[in-house]
Design a protein. Structure first.
Lengths: 276, 317, 260
């Protein structure tokens, strides 16, 4: 797991800095253990009523109960499926449109105002619209997911394209690289770290909107299970499901980081010198 | 062992999902007609689940597909746009919709007040040591309701009026049912209007009931109903007739078998079985109480929810 | 000479929005669908809906909460981000826990926040902070991590004091990344402003839109969505002005490279 350290883009470890004795995964686990202890102690110490925020152990036992039911696994799958489809659509659209819009300055200038108008419209305000189009099916939540995560990806890609080294760009242009070649050799390498950040942010936002949509609209998934638990006053079950959502988020991020590391392994640090 | 089986089930579901794609296509033909109903997963809708279990919908040649939504705000558009055939909503929401010109029609009652003071499925709770004794004392206090400008604040105002208080000075705050008891405990609000299972839970934890707001509003008030759009009424009269018939039978069955109702709660909610055994069930009336509906419409006008009451004849079954 | 570029800018700025609005107008002109009222109806109710008291009673309180939450998130995100970005141990210790909280959707977090912060403005500001802080934090961490080693070492050699090292080296070096995060946080902030008003609210822009939606006042609801979009644009313009000023050295550097 020390890969996280060696793959540090700045390559700090290679500079012979002393490597601490405790590996980062152990520290991460220690941090989580501290969080769990806190979640156990705060209700036990009477800082909040156990009835409203049960101790961590209660949540875990409720989670164990949940894990034995088919409904839980079905909901989990539905959530993951909605999230994955939504994110894939948002990524594809965000990257393609981002490169096209960012790479063609007049287009960018013409579309900026429209993007700035559409982007801040809260996806939650679109709920009535989504319901109108797709009822309470998975697709209405999908609409929210795509809408919210698309902007995250697009904005990062736009920033990334903007960050392309002007000299490299001019060089490519003066050598009359074809547009696709320019994208592949100049824009893409610079934009990639931003695309990866966009992917990571988008993945998190997509998950949040997937759950929110399920919760508010009632489309199938873990969010709906949370809503049902809330409406049934099943507090430990509710928190158990919240923990599952958090865990999925952690896994998603870990996966995104792994993809990022792979994708950026070859990445030259040229850009960083330009930035600073 | 159970976990392994669950995981297997999950895996097979994934396969199904992968193969099914969009899924849910209506296999129309000579078989049963698929009817989609959108409901909120609360105690009130137990009869439709029970009736489905008992086969009352199959008897009518209907294949029931229940979808759950989180509130009327999502259900009404889904019904109007034809995404679902029928929906479940409280009657004040439907009065609001009708007054804005949305063509809605109630086809069956859903749930009603028990009509018994202090023994209803909804009521106003205060903290154990609160100086509030009756609905009259709520004047000037902070009261939480689950949605503002809807059935619960208008009926709480009716309670206060009935007790001789001034309903105008009440400060209503919107709070979801699940968050109310905690807010009451913390003193964030002075009173909360809750329904089951939160009423029973609150009482068990020492809160005190000061008003049965649905009972104070009108005798045997019908709270909610199943509705559809006028378009569906006109274009699929047979479907509406069959659904209503199956619903009537389900309501009757639920009325006669409260234990079965308590049991079916476990299939679509996560209410603790011990609470499910002791909570106060709403009534499942055979018809919408017309006088009560008129009272709700009058209250909506009086409290400024709508400018003028809609023609209830179009709304009623 | 100077009129033409300005004109060109204005045309560029307005061409697409005007086309889209025209398309919307044409598409809904004869609409009888209850949920898709004609655009003319929507615009007709705009004045009545918002300019007779709602600006001060709903819009301003919302914006004040947004500003408070956003500023807090910026402070917290940059502060924590710098600390986490510079200290490997801290990063390793906190990262999984932070990831956990980041993945929890705000609507789910609200009941927990209510337990600690009550149901007043404080809770709503906290909800905004809870969502806005992540893009700022993440980007600050990345920005600080990516600081040029040479610059770092130079600063160390010249024995810059920690305070000036922080301001001149760390903050400045990471500022393009922080700006990217801050910009995303702004749009997330607007979303959370609406979400926070779905709970325990009695005023606010989001609250009003949801009330319209529930009472089936569809044209009014649409005006609310439009107003949210307009506020989003206004805030974005303000943001760009501030960003241009703060990052002028960076854009200047970029331009000089372009010209050189």
């Amino acid at each position: 797991m020390t890969a996280a350290v060696t793959a540090d883009p700045a390559g700090r470890d290679r500079d012979g800095r002393r490597r601490p004795a405790v590996p980062s995964w152990a520290l991460g686990i220690a941090g989580l253990a501290g969080l769990m202890a806190l979640a156990e102690l705060v209700p036990r110490a009477g800082l909040v009523r156990e009835r409203y925020l049960p101790p961590f152990s209660d949540m875990v036992s409720a989670l164990a109960d949940q894990a034995g039911t088919d409904a839980f696994w079905r909901a989990l799958l539905e959530t993951l499926r909605g999230w994955a489809i939504g994110l894939a659509i948002a990524m594809a659209a965000g990257v393609v449109l981002g490169i096209v819009i960012g790479g063609v300055p007049p287009l960018r200038a013409a579309l900026t105002s429209t993007i700035e108008f559409l982007r801040p419209i809260p996806s939650v305000a679109l709920i009535p619209l989504a319901v109108l189009l797709y009822g309470t099916q998975m697709r209405s939540t999908l609409l929210l997911v795509v809408y919210a995560s698309f902007w995250q990806v697009l904005m990062q890609v736009l920033y990334g394209v903007q960050d392309v080294d002007p000299v490299a760009r001019e060089t490519a242009r003066s050598y009359r690289f074809r547009p696709l070649t320019q994208v592949r050799t100049v824009i893409w390498p610079t934009a990639l770290p931003y695309v990866m950040t966009g992917f990571r942010l988008g993945a998190a936002v997509a998950l949040i909107l997937e759950i929110t949509g399920e919760l508010v609209i009632g489309s199938p998934g873990l969010g709906r299970q949370i809503a049902v638990a809330q409406n049934s006053n099943a507090v430990p079950s509710m928190y158990a499901l919240v923990i599952v959502v958090g865990l999925i988020g952690m896994l998603v991020n870990a996966a995104a980081r792994a993809v990022e590391r792979r994708a950026l392994r070859w990445h030259p640090s040229v850009r960083r010198e330009v930035v600073s | 062992m159970i976990k392994v089986r669950a995981a297997l089930a999950a895996a097979s579901l994934l396969l199904l999902a992968a193969c099914g794609g969009g899924g849910g296509g209506d296999a129309s033909g000579d078989g049963p007609t698929t009817v989609k109903v959108s409901v909120i997963p609360i105690v009130d809708v137990a009869p439709i689940y029970l009736g489905n279990q008992q086969g009352f919908f199959t008897e009518q040649g209907l294949r029931l597909q229940i979808e759950t939504a989180q509130g009327g705000a999502a259900i009404v558009p889904a019904v109007v746009s034809g995404q679902v055939d029928f929906g479940f909503s409280n009657l004040t929401s439907l009065i609001l919709g009708a007054s804005k010109g949305i063509p809605l029609k109630v086809v069956a009652p859903g749930a009603g007040s028990t009509g018994v003071q202090r023994k209803d499925f909804g009521g106003v709770l205060v903290k154990a040591g609160s100086p509030i004794r009756t609905a009259k004392d709520l004047a000037g206090k902070r009261v939480a309701v689950n949605t503002l400008n809807n059935i619960n604040d208008t009926t709480v105002r009716a309670s206060i009026r009935a007790a001789g208080g001034d309903p105008k000075s009440v400060k209503f705050t919107e709070l979801a049912f699940p968050d109310m008891l905690a807010a009451l405990d913390k003193g964030n609000v002075d009173a909360v209007q809750v329904v089951e299972p939160f009423l029973a839970t609150g009482l068990k934890n020492g809160a005190r009931l000061v008003a049965s707001n649905y009972v104070d509003t009108a005798p045997n008030l019908t709270i909610a109903g199943y509705f559809t759009s006028q378009k569906t009424v006109a274009s699929k009269p047979e479907l509406v007739k069959k659904f209503t018939a199956a619903m009537q039978k389900s309501l009757k069955y639920a009325s006669d078998h409260p234990d079965a109702v308590r049991k079916v709660l476990g299939t679509y909610t996560k209410i603790d079985p011990s609470v499910a055994g002791s909570l106060t069930l709403p009534t499942y009336p055979a018809q919408v109480n017309a006088a009560g509906l008129q009272t709700l419409a009058n209250l909506a006008v009086q409290d400024g929810l709508v400018k003028s009451a809609p023609d209830l004849k179009n709304l009623q079954p | 000479m100077s009129v033409l570029p300005v004109l060109r800018r204005i045309v560029l700025l307005l061409a697409v929005p005007v086309l889209l609005v025209a398309a919307w107008w044409a598409a809904t002109a004869n609409s009888t669908d209850f949920f898709w009222p004609p655009l003319s109806d929507i615009l007709g109710t705009f004045d009545d809906t918002w300019f007779h008291g709602r600006i001060t009673s709903d819009v301003l309180p919302s914006l004040a909460r947004l500003l408070a939450g956003y500023s807090l998130a910026l402070l917290l995100g940059v502060g924590l981000g710098t600390a986490i970005g510079s200290a490997r141990v801290l990063r390793a210790l906190l990262e999984p826990s932070l990831e956990f909280f980041r993945a929890i959707p705000s609507p789910v977090l609200v009941p927990i926040l209510m337990l600690f912060a009550g149901i007043g403005n404080g809770m709503k500001v906290l909800v905004i902070v809870s969502g806005c802080v992540w893009p700022v934090l993440l980007n600050t961490v990345e920005g600080v991590r990516a600081l040029d080693e040479v610059l770092r070492d130079t600063a160390r050699c010249y024995r810059m004091r920690p305070h000036s090292r922080f301001v001149h080296l760390v903050l400045r070096g990471a500022s393009p990344q922080i700006a990217a995060g801050a910009r995303q946080a702004l749009s997330i902030g607007i979303i959370l402003m609406v979400i926070s008003e779905m709970f325990a609210a009695s005023n606010g822009l989001g609250f009003t839109i949801i009330q319209f939606q529930r009472s089936f006042s569809v044209p009014q609801m649409w005006t609310g969505i439009i107003l949210l979009g307009l506020i989003g644009i206004a805030l974005s313009v303000v943001f760009q002005t501030v960003e241009a000023r703060v990052l002028s050295w960076y854009t200047g550097l970029r331009r000089s490279q372009r010209e050189g």
